[in-house]
Design a protein around this ligand. Structure first.
Ligand SMILES: Nc1nc2c(ncn2[C@@H]2O[C@H](COP(=O)(O)OP(=O)(O)OP(=O)(O)O)[C@@H](O)[C@H]2O)c(=O)[nH]1
Ligand SMILES: [Mg+2]
Length: 301
């Protein structure tokens, strides 16, 4: 009897902020392992989403969007993305086709096409559900011109799941023959504590405007399993500016209350249990430029 071939490896999801990297990973895994918001710079860590079936295991590495920023936090985020690219077996380079091909996206693609990384590259043209169909073919041709040696150029909708199967098929071709890297029942490398912090941060991103979300972090101080299908979570929302505290708390505490309600709903679904969530706001001026604080928050890149 011939031995069945098993393939496994890592796929780095790379691209500018807001192109849909985390949405794609969640769609493939079927669980919200990475938070998604309409704002750029949502993802700050390297997050794994593990997809296993009978003959392959694909470990997706979601990364922060590649951008320019003056804060230490931003520089660390970009470093995380490039480090993930270096370590991956396959590079999935994503772009948003609902916006014109800007100079930053172009130079990012050229950077990978002409750089010294030798892994196979797949270009993923996302958000086709909202795209002008007439512009798709010229965009695909432009990609072929910018990176003629890429293995494939695949239009998808991560949100609607369109062409995601075709993308998975293409990615699988480039995985090495190898035993699975993780147990088949694992779907992420994040702890429940880390997921809880991210779910709170998602709601801060959703409810706050201007620079506030970008200067906010979340730290879980307590995560206690109370038994009988109940957990208690105490989270601190860290703001980088004294002014942001009252804005976050809102009139009569309304702002925090809403963040709490929405986070709890999401966490109860994720953890499949009752969640008692306590939130506090703490000011740490300019935390996003303090190496020791970034280290403590796991944001040291
Ligand atoms: N219409 C449409 N919107 C999408 C699609 N994929 C993602 N989005 C939206 O695009 C926004 C950004 O999605 P994310 O998945 O957070 O993007 P990201 O690339 O992970 O962003 P960063 O973490 O900031 O780098 C969200 O509002 C998503 O709902 C898609 O296929 N179609
Ligand atoms: Mg993301």
């Amino acid at each position: 009897m011939t031995k069945k071939i098993f393939r496994s490896g890592t796929v780095a999801l790379l691209g500018r902020p807001n192109v849909g990297k985390s949405t794609l990973m969640n769609n493939i895994i079927g669980v919200k392992v990475a938070i998604v918001t309409p704002k750029p710079q949502t993802t700050r860590h390297r997050i794994l989403g593990i997809h296993t079936d009978d003959d392959m295991q694909m470990v997706f590495v979601d990364t922060p969007g590649i951008h320019k920023g003056s804060k230490q936090l931003n520089r660390n985020m970009v470093r995380v993305a490039y480090a993930a690219a270096e370590e991956a077996d396959v590079l999935a380079i994503m772009q948003d086709v609902t916006t014109p091909l800007g100079s930053e996206t172009k130079s990012l693609i050229e950077q990978f096409a002409k750089g010294n990384l030798e892994q196979p590259r797949i270009h993923v043209l996302n958000k086709v559900d909202k795209a002008n169909k007439d512009k798709l073919l010229p965009r695909l041709l432009e990609m072929q011109k910018l990176d003629p040696e890429a293995k494939a150029y695949i239009p998808i909708s991560a949100r609607k799941g369109q062409q995601v199967e075709a993308l998975l098929k293409e990615l699988a071709k480039h995985l090495p023959e190898r035993e699975p890297l993780y147990d088949a029942d694992w779907f992420t490398d994040q702890s429940q504590r880390q997921l809880a912090a991210e779910y709170v941060r998602e709601q801060v991103f959703m409810s706050m405007h201007d620079e506030i979300p970008f200067q906010t972090a979340v730290d879980i101080e307590q995560f206690t399993d109370l038994g009988h299908g109940k957990v208690e979570i105490e989270a601190v929302i860290l703001v980088g500016n004294e002014r942001h505290k009252p804005m976050l708390i809102g009139k009569g505490g309304e702002g925090m209350k809403n963040i709490g309600i929405r986070t709890r709903e999401g966490l109860e679904e994720l953890l499949d249990c009752k969640v008692n969530l306590k939130l506090w706001v703490k000011v740490d001026t300019g935390w996003f430029d303090k190496p020791a604080k970034l280290n403590e928050l796991g944001l040291d890149g």
